[in-house]
Design a binder for this molecule. Sequence first.
Ligand code: SF4
Length: 455
Amino acid sequence: MLAVADVAMNGKSFHIITFGCQMNANDSWWLASSLAERGFTRTGLEDARVVVLNTCSVREKPERKVAAALAEVRRVTGGDPGVLVVVAGCVAQQMGEKLFSPESQVRLLVGSDGLARAPEAIERLLAEPQERCCLLDFSVGYEERKAVRAAAGPVAQVNIIQGCDNFCAYCIVPFTRGRQKSRRAEDILEECRARLDGGAREILLLGQNVNAYNRDRQGDGTSFASLLERVATLPGLVRLRYVTAHPRDMRPEDVAAFGNVPALCPRLHLPLQSGSDNVLKRMGRKYDSRTFLDLARRLREARPDMALSTDIIAGFPGESEKDFEDTLAIMETCEFVSSFSFCYSDRPGTRAALMPDKTAPTVSLERLSRLQALQDALTRRLLADRVGRKTDILIEGRSRRQPPGKTSWRGRDPYGVVVNLVLEGQGDYTGKMAPVLITRAKRHSLAAEPAGDMW
Ligand code: SF4
């Protein structure tokens, strides 16, 4: 076996730094597994001959974050030109060849559609140190990636669609990930089967807008609801989830699936963004507060214990105090179990960036803290309600903190809430389904004790 120093010397070592969403995390997992299958070894930054920054431009100041990360890579590697730096993801797509400055260690740029070809390009660039390469073109169809054998743990994330056609006024995704391209159902099912054979028990279907699946020219005709049904019948599957859904694209059959596909967990992330019809219209979300509330009601009719979570933007251009209060009201009505919330900020190239009447940063921040206080109260109340109930958790691994003489395990309940479970045994329980009794609610998680045999 090669020591880390030998690995670094032979150039087959890599380090990946990931920013952003679950899709980026899954892309990084695939790239790491693919490089490992080509004989590369994952190392710390200081020993890596290939450093990949997988970037995101959804949150604020993405270019500055990437510049800071590149400066850190330069500091740790001493600017060694033999280190191949790869910038992948949304910022690579946005900044393009600007990232190839004369003193830069960056020699490979990879957009979301180019990832499938990245491992081969990395090997070629290691052999040709004077070369640079751009994989930034958008492809017409979903670019299938070579299957990897690596086990990903009990929860397997599987891409079903790439890009987005919605062009919400504030969002950069359609420009950085391109137009919507659905993956063939047979390819999805094949990957799901392989991941279940590899030990996964839960499948998380991923995409920027999963329930627009196959509503594009590339589609093979399978509807999202029938894809769910087909995945749900695969041998070995215990749980099925998906993220992210667009409220406008939830068809009646997608709602009904929560009632008639038993493996589909009763948890849905449904981005609201604003509770004000005026703001939703300017955002280009193509639904209003009434249709969102009606959707939440129908989901709970199909599955009475449905837990909803959401995304909210505070201080969108032109948002009045009344608009913001409408958002707070809908949050209470929907009883979101959690929310990702942030202050609006411009993304160059989007429609919202050109809108006048920007909300003052102090006002946005004050609104953000009010909505987060409301969310904290909702989360506390909903989690407290769970104490004393029995449920099953899928154990994903060890908890961060370990009690003396015992082991603590971290899993999720069917509603996606993290549950920590302390056990006497010292074995490895990763991947087990554990019946538990919820004993305590914390701020964002639950504690439980065993309530039956694991399976
Ligand atoms: S649906 Fe989501 S990913 Fe698509 S443009 Fe809107 S916010 Fe962006």
